[in-house]
Design a protein around this ligand. Structure first.
Ligand SMILES: C[S@@+](CC[C@H](N)C(=O)[O-])C[C@H]1O[C@@H](n2cnc3c(N)ncnc32)[C@H](O)[C@@H]1O
Length: 331
């Protein structure tokens, strides 16, 4: 996820970005991208295929073409390379479940005013009724993990002959499975919230991680951990924790690491000193949904030091995204 500079436009900004996200989520929900996977169609043909209103489909396809998501050839609309790669299930980097999950995230945004006024977070899980929604969440996270996992796994220092990895809030287990594949006989235990355990286990199987990953229910804030691990991994989890909870979690984890063991934290980094709309935007979203936000790398480094970790290193992916990978060792 790359940070982009933005020029303010108070006339259009309160309207167009919301329309664009809603149009994308709607197109995915009605199967518009899938319907165009075999080739371009007219709006009328598309409407017949999707059993939708032809004028509505024409407006939607025109808007998606103007936003760069569809190509218009005469009166037909088709996928471009990016849309084919990301918005169709057979694409090179499918984000189809992420598009669906964004529909749930958009519902939460409607409560931002109340949240900011009374400081209460909106629990995304309250908006996710039924097992299908939780599956969508887990599959969405899996799709965002897949492109990053190999680079992340390459960067995590693993002690020789390591056997146990704890993946806290690991969901699909894609990151920990990638680490384990590089360091046999390392095996991962994913600690997941009890309500997400069944969907996480299923998605781990769907994404080919079951050979390296087992799941157990628990909340890292309250669950008693057993024994020690060679590696602890936390992927996209600490943005759910305000600084005081993060400190408690790190203090707990350090006691369950082998001496010389590694902690690796992969998350969106709050920019320091510069404006970064991606980090600041997600930090606002995590405030809304968790009462927390993105941590700057300096704050995370200080929290790791305070918990007793050493050899702290901060790495950024080569694509220059907003994520950071922070690794440290227990001495
Ligand atoms: C944003 S997802 C990240 C999933 C995966 N680690 C990744 O990077 O793609 C956060 C996951 O952490 C789990 N989670 C949230 N709070 C947790 C807690 N206190 N203890 C354990 N798991 C937690 C959620 O159920 C969810 O599956």
């Amino acid at each position: 996820m790359k940070s982009t500079e933005h020029t303010p436009n108070p006339l259009l900004d309160p309207m167009l970005p919301a329309l664009q996200s809603t149009a994308l989520v709607t197109a995915a929900a009605i199967g518009l991208f899938a319907a165009l996977a075999d080739g371009p169609l007219t709006a009328t043909g598309l409407a017949a295929r999707l059993r939708c209103d032809p004028t509505g489909i024409l407006r939607l396809t025109e808007f998606l073409a103007a936003a760069g998501y569809l190509v218009r050839q005469g009166d037909r609309f088709g996928l471009n390379a990016i849309t084919r790669a990301t918005c169709t299930t057979d694409g090179e980097m499918p984000l189809t479940h992420w598009l669906r999950f964004c529909g749930i995230q958009l519902a939460a945004l409607g409560q931002l005013t109340e949240s900011i006024q009374d400081g209460r977070a909106v629990d995304l899980f309250d908006l996710m009724s039924g097992p299908e929604a939780r599956l969508t969440h887990q599959r969405a996270m899996a799709q965002t993990a897949r492109p990053a996992a190999e680079w992340v796994a390459d960067q995590v220092p693993v002690p020789k002959d390591a056997r146990r990895l704890l993946d806290v809030g690991g969901a699909h287990g894609i990151y920990s499975a990638a680490i384990c594949r590089r360091h046999p006989p390392l095996a991962a235990e994913v600690l997941e919230l009890p309500d997400s355990l069944a969907s996480a286990t299923r998605v781990a199987h769907e994404f080919g991680c079951s050979a390296h990953v087992t799941h157990r229910p628990g909340d890292i804030r309250t669950t008693t951990l057993e024994g020690r691990y060679a590696v602890v991994f936390l992927g996209n989890l600490i943005h759910h924790f305000p600084p005081e909870i993060l400190a408690e979690v790190l203090a707990k984890l350090v006691t369950h690491l082998d001496p010389g063991g590694t902690i690796a934290i992969w998350d969106l980094a709050m920019a320091e000193g510069t404006a970064d709309p991606v980090a600041a935007g997600f930090a606002l979203f995590f405030y809304l949904t968790s009462g927390a936000g993105c941590h700057p790398s300096s704050a995370l480094t200080a929290a790791l030091e305070a918990a007793g970790f050493a050899e702290i290193a901060v790495a950024r992916p080569p694509q220059g995204t907003t994520h950071m990978l922070v690794t440290a060792r227990r001495i």
